[in-house]
Design a protein around this ligand. Structure first.
Ligand SMILES: [Mg+2]
Length: 281
């Protein structure tokens, strides 16, 4: 394993772009990528969080060489396909998008999207939340109905709003047997116990993956980091990448490589793609 460097780089890293075992065996490699804050910048309007074009290009190149590329995101699959521009892209015929942490799954090879039924508790919350938030002085928080989950966004509001909502939302979720997923200026309630860790581990087992590279930026990525760390003693090479931000530093100490947000991730993915192509040539 390369030395863990916690210096935040703004471009392609000076050190190894990825574990050498990955470059020696790309076909045995799974590349897992978070979307928001990793492939795209976190912006005030989440409908405008488009993937960095350099990342999309690099991921398409990597898709031609690696065993599997998977986007694992809290967003519904359809949003990621619109914001990422991955659909129909040459090189990404094998792409898998695991939406809503993996509860939804789309395969580029078949264009099949599998979405489980909407939980009754989420349906109930959708009706309840506007008045519930208004009663707690948070009427301007943005409610995002994802179908299988509901997210409450507090970006642009005073930090005290998110802080004051955290406890009551926890109670609201517990009463309905829902899971709370905290993120950067967002609290999400969902019915599924699926997280990015179970999803990543499932892909590793399905594919017989020998090496996993995973990049993320937020608390929802921690289960994926845990999963990679749990796979290392079982002989799977792991390489963890943090897309760092001023809002969240929970992944920094856990990472093999720390990059300064989505622009630096794009530089790294380009360097990773170049290294894979050079080794293949
Ligand atoms: Mg993210």
């Amino acid at each position: 394993m390369p030395a863990r460097s916690h210096e935040v780089g703004t471009g392609p890293p000076d050190g190894p772009v990825v574990h050498d075992a990955v470059l020696a065996d790309p076909a045995g490699t799974l590349l897992g990528l978070d979307f928001d804050g990793t492939l795209s910048h976190v912006v005030d309007d989440p409908t405008q969080a488009f993937a960095h074009p350099d990342s999309v290009r690099a991921v398409a190149t990597l898709g031609r060489h690696l065993g599997q590329v998977a986007i694992i995101t809290g967003r519904p699959v359809r949003q990621v396909l619109e914001l990422g521009g991955f659909e129909g892209l040459e090189g990404l015929e094998g792409l898998v998008v695991c939406g809503q942490y993996g509860a939804e799954r789309w395969d580029a090879s078949t264009d099949e999207l599998v979405v489980p039924p909407r939980p009754e508790a989420i349906e109930e919350l959708a009706g309840l939340l506007p008045s519930w938030l208004a009663a707690r002085g948070a009427a301007t928080a943005r409610i995002e109905d994802k179908g299988l989950a509901i997210a409450i966004h507090t970006r642009g509001l005073a930090p005290s709003v998110l802080h004051s909502l955290t406890g009551p939302i926890g109670d609201l979720a517990a009463e309905r047997d829902l899971h709370v997923e905290p993120g950067r200026q967002v609290l999400e309630l969902r019915g599924s116990a699926v997280d990015k860790g179970t999803t990543l581990t499932g892909l590793v087992h399905d594919l017989g993956t020998r090496h996993v590279v995973y990049a993320g930026d937020d608390l929802g990525d921690l289960p994926a980091f845990d999963a990679v760390d749990a796979l290392r003693p079982r002989g799977v090479t792991g390489f963890l990448v943090c897309s760092a931000s001023a809002e969240q530093d929970a992944l920094v100490e856990r990472s093999d490589l720390v990059l300064d947000g989505p622009d630096a991730v794009a530089g790294w993915l380009g360097a990773f793609a170049d290294a894979v192509v050079a080794r293949a040539g």
